[in-house]
Write a protein that binds this ligand. Sequence first.
Ligand code: NDP
Ligand code: MG
Length: 410
Amino acid sequence: MNEPKSSCVQRLAVLGATGSIGDSTLQLVRLHRERYRVVALSGFHQVDKLLSLCQEFLPDFVCVSDEKVAECRQKIDELGLGIQVLSGDDGLAKMATLPTVDTVVAAIVGAAGLSSTLAAAHAGKRILLANKESLVMAGHLVMAAAKASGASILPIDSEHNAIFQCLPKPVQTDNQAIHDSSHGIKQLWLTASGGGFLHKSIEQMRSASPADAIKHPNWSMGKKISIDSATMMNKGLELIEACHLFDLPEEHIGIVIHPDSVVHSLVEYVDGSLLAQLGSPDMKTPIAHALAYPERISTGERSLDLYALSNLSFLEPDLEKFPALTLARVAAQRGTGACITLNAANEVAVSAFLAEQIRLTDIAAVVQYCLEHPSLIAHFDDDFAQLSDILAMDQKVRSVAMSWVDEGLA
Ligand code: NDP
Ligand code: MG
């Protein structure tokens, strides 16, 4: 079948272009060059990878870390590419708000993605959101900014993209309408692969090395999200992401383990119907959906072989083995300050685990310690009305979490 012809070329800023989501996005651009033009690309440390993308896509702007900016400028000059080189948060915010950009792919990892996502939301862009941490920390600000400016947020996290695809059309185009009883939405279900430790003991988790923990049975992803999947904090972060994206409290969002990673999530309706989106575990599918929405484009991959699927299974999560799930529900109930705490403590703990300073099972312990720390709890009811309030809380949490790591409070 022929694909629909797009009416105009979409101009993209790909933030986090040197990462795993950036790779998948640019693979799709290569397949559909007539539909997309790359205006801006960001990396952070991987200057050479970014330069080779520059030679291929000839963007107008690139952005790297402050430490890499001189090296990047020099190499861009040597290649005679005439690309403007920006750096840091200001550079990312500039790229996210360029008048020549229609669509911002928010694919930076961690809290570092927040300010550019928020800038894109204020600027009314079409945002393809992978950076779940920005909603965990500041969902209220990002969603309000998008509503005020007319920005659209299309999730590319596979579960949220699946839910989006299973929602009625009026809800897809107006987040508020989800509560309208005529839609009959009972609850959302996030599926989780269960990660590499699903069938392993807590003892095996405790002694896992970073190399063991990074291996994911179904998905190939960046380091941080791979560790988040091993602890299931990824699902906890996704729960909070879903609360903001779909404007629902956490108790209306179930989590079900589905080790096959074929059903990417479900929407349950009051008449007993469960609508699900299925596909291979390949991020190109949700990215292609969001890039082309409301049209569809090919990912260039083979169809999912239904005849090869047997015994798809669904299990209840083991909350003792994966305490991150409970911690995330508690944070979602407690509000923004607790969610910032959950996210920042987790980022510090994941880095410490990757640096072999703490064990995999300590990650949840660091997060719990921070969520119960009086100096942080004292701020849980602050209003976090500004980005600066959120970043200040993020910094407070990081120093408490670092104290756990430095003092080995295990
Ligand atoms: P990667 O680690 O593969 O890539 C991260 C990207 O962010 C790289 O381009 C990196 O640059 C850049 N980056 C890192 N630190 C900073 C910083 N401080 N400031 C600016 N840029 C920075 O991550 P993923 O692609 O796996 O994940 C990206 C986001 O997408 C995460 O929020 C993740 O949760 C989400 N996501 C990812 C999925 C996946 O399959 N990978 C699935 C669903 C969601 P450089 O490499 O040049 O240093
Ligand atoms: Mg996901």
